[in-house]
Design a protein around this ligand. Structure first.
Ligand code: G6P
Length: 613
């Protein structure tokens, strides 16, 4: 994680960096810092806390500079404090560096450098890098770019870095391996950042650095790219499709609330051009060449983390029901450290909002090395996962900035639904009539989500009653079991209330022991295959004086009589219920967290893009 941003141009760099760091704060917010280069004078300001704390710390001090780098940290090595904050400097003070990633062999490099007379101030792995570059520069008598290149040859791990050198005040050197880095090219000015969000308001022309590439940006000679093997590369300039409005709160109090409310649009965008009702077909352009692989697949493996893993579980049910293909859903972190059985006959679907999650990337590499075909479902266009997979479908949900994922989940489930329906039809598993009914139902989902959003006032009322709960249980069955997991995750990550998601029928094998009058139990009890069974589970909770908040189908009367509160959602087919039933759970967590005074968009200890193992 961590966010990095850099500028070299004609304008004052500091406000550009601060603005950029605010946009990148979703990547980490333990500490922040900047290094400002003004005609060979280097000033570093850094402190524990958020970007706003850094601004307060800098206050009215001089910030004059047209070359600068900035960082917002998510701590890995060493606690969040002023000293561990980036940028880090070499002993001489000539070099200054920001880093996102982890230098795995930092301990052995540090020992060598200490033996060579270097002294360290921080606990970070990053500080080793700046000393290493400095050491090489001195011993090999090379310029900054060459010293960075040589240093990176000794480094094991993941990095996106930007380095400045007092001795070359009109230059910055950036490099990446396994951590993202985008270079923006403006009119006589250059940017570097972890993603395009700090860049888009200045220029639409960007170059996504590839693994092992080093960008040398010089006021006089512009941008040159080479790789660690010293081969020149021609920069591939792309035009950003990102719009600035997508990065603003647009009148909402929090990004999370804005993103929850965007779902009618984001789900529609995920289907746009793919679901053709008139022709009665699903076309997923990105995977057309791999359709036969899907149709012939003996098994599908889904790898993901966090909320994306929950979407993957819905995917399992979808592919099994509609395409009759066995599916295994794996936590990417577990998959990569087993010796999983995966090979040429397997189709692997990797799901990731950010497209940068380190564990998911490693799982993909492993499966790829063993010959599997990898299909990506990513939200961030041009992200690492989108680039290392064989093919894929973007979710098109637009930038998701709230750390707790909401619209990305529904977009992932939408894309998985489209995929499963398409494969089911091509395999002949789904009859024409059934297929068309489902297409029509899917097409109606955005309007139905809009209707669910209309229950917000009622959800706020319920949130007020349960805001002081210490535990909560979420129950679902079939398609709604993953939704129960997702609802529980949303509550714990933003309101810090302990919550568990369970298959409703499993409650009697453990969680039932926890139920008393203080325990809210959130049950998804929509009409469908397991409705009667779930009603019995509600009765079991009520018999033990638990408080039941039920998500029910419009017009339900049975659950209404049993539950303490009901939230109605429109009727739809079982397979599409996740897209509707997750929305009240997102809103419930959001309002409880706000009422508890929690930082909804930046919950403690979390980060949106987890680029460490
Ligand atoms: C982090 C985020 C979650 C996200 C998970 C997987 O934990 O806080 O919201 O679901 O990473 O991220 P990905 O970008 O791969 O979907």
């Amino acid at each position: 994680m961590c966010g990095i941003v850099a500028y070299l141009g004609k304008r004052e760099a500091y406000p550009i960096l601060i603005n950029g760091l605010r946009r990148l704060e979703y990547r980490g917010y333990d500490s922040a810092g900047v290094a400002l280069m003004d005609q060979g004078k280097l000033t570093v300001y850094k402190c524990k806390g958020k970007v706003s704390d850094l601004e307060a710390f800098v206050g009215t001090r001089s910030t004059q500079a047209t070359v600068a780098i900035g960082h917002t940290r998510w701590a890995t090595h060493g606690p969040p404090n002023d000293v561990n904050a980036h940028p880090h400097q070499s002993t001489s003070g000539d070099l200054v560096l920001i880093h996102n990633g982890i230098i795995e062999n930092y301990a052995s490099l540090k020992v060598e450098l200490v033996n060579r007379g270097h002294s360290f101030l921080s606990d970070t792995d990053t500080e080793v890098l700046v000393h290493l570059i400095d050491d090489i520069q001195r011993t090999e008598k090379v310029d900054l770019a060459e010293a960075v290149r040589l240093a990176l040859q000794s480094v094991v791990g993941a990095y996106a870095i930007v380095v400045l050198d007092k001795k070359a005040p009109d230059m910055m050197v950036a490099a990446r391996k396994s951590s993202p880095l985008v270079i923006g090219i403006g009119d006589g000015e250059y940017f570097a950042a972890s993603d395009a969000t700090p860049i888009v308001e200045h220029t639409k022309n960007v170059v996504y650095l590839e693994d092992g590439e080093i960008a040398v940006i010089d006021r006089e000679h512009g941008l040159k790219i080479r790789n660690v093997k010293n081969q020149e590369k021609t920069p591939f300039i792309q035009e950003l499709e990102l719009h600035l409005e997508a990065l603003e709160k647009g009148g909402y109090d929090h990004f999370m609330l804005k993103e929850i409310h965007e779902q009618p649009r984001s789900i529609r965008d995920s289907m746009r051009g793919r679901l053709n009702l008139a022709k009665g077909e699903v076309v997923l352009g990105g995977i057309t060449d791999h359709e036969q692989k899907f149709v012939n697949a003996k098994r599908i493996l889904i790898v993901a983390c966090g909320t994306s893993w929950h979407a993957g579980m819905v995917g399992e049910y979808l592919f099994e029901e509609f395409a009759r293909i066995p599916v295994e859903v794996e936590y990417a972190s577990e998959f990569r450290y087993r010796n999983p059985i995966v090979g040429e006959d397997d189709l692997v679907i990797a799901i990731s909002q950010s497209g940068e999650t380190a564990d998911t990337m490693a799982a993909i590499e492993l499966a790829k090395n063993r010959g599997a075909t990898i299909i990506g479902i990513c939200n961030v266009v041009g992200s690492s996962i989108a680039r290392i997979t064989h093919a894929g479908s973007y979710t098109h949900a637009g930038p998701e900035i709230g750390v707790a994922s909401t619209k990305a989940f529904t977009a992932q489930v939408t894309v998985l639904t489209l995929m499963a329906l398409m494969v089911g039809q091509k395999k002949g598993v789904l009859s024409g009539g059934h297929f068309h009914r489902l297409l029509n139902e899917l097409d109606a989902i955005p309007e139905k989500v809009q209707k669910v959003l209309g229950t917000e006032a009622q959800i706020k009322y319920i949130a007020d009653i349960y805001k002081n709960a210490t535990n909560a249980l979420y129950l679902g069955r079939g398609y709604t079991f993953p939704v129960a997991l997702e609802g529980a995750l949303k509550l714990k990550e933003i309101s810090y209330i302990h919550a568990e998601g369970y298959p409703a029928a499993e409650m009697k094998h453990g969680p039932i022991a926890l139920i008393d009058e203080a325990m809210p139990v959130i049950v998804i009890a929509t009409k469908g295959a397991s409705y009667e069974k779930v009603v019995s589970n509600i009765q079991e909770v009520k018999a033990r004086k638990g408080k039941v908040i039920a998500i029910v189908t419009e017009g339900d009367t049975v659950v209404k009589d049993l539950a303490d509160h009901v939230i109605e959602i429109p009727e739809t087919s079982d397979a599409l219920v996740p897209l509707l039933s997750v929305v009240p759970l997102q809103l419930l967590s959001y309002h409880i967290a706000v009422m508890r005074g929690c930082n909804v968009d930046q919950p403690r200890n979390l980060a949106k893009s987890v680029t460490v193992e």
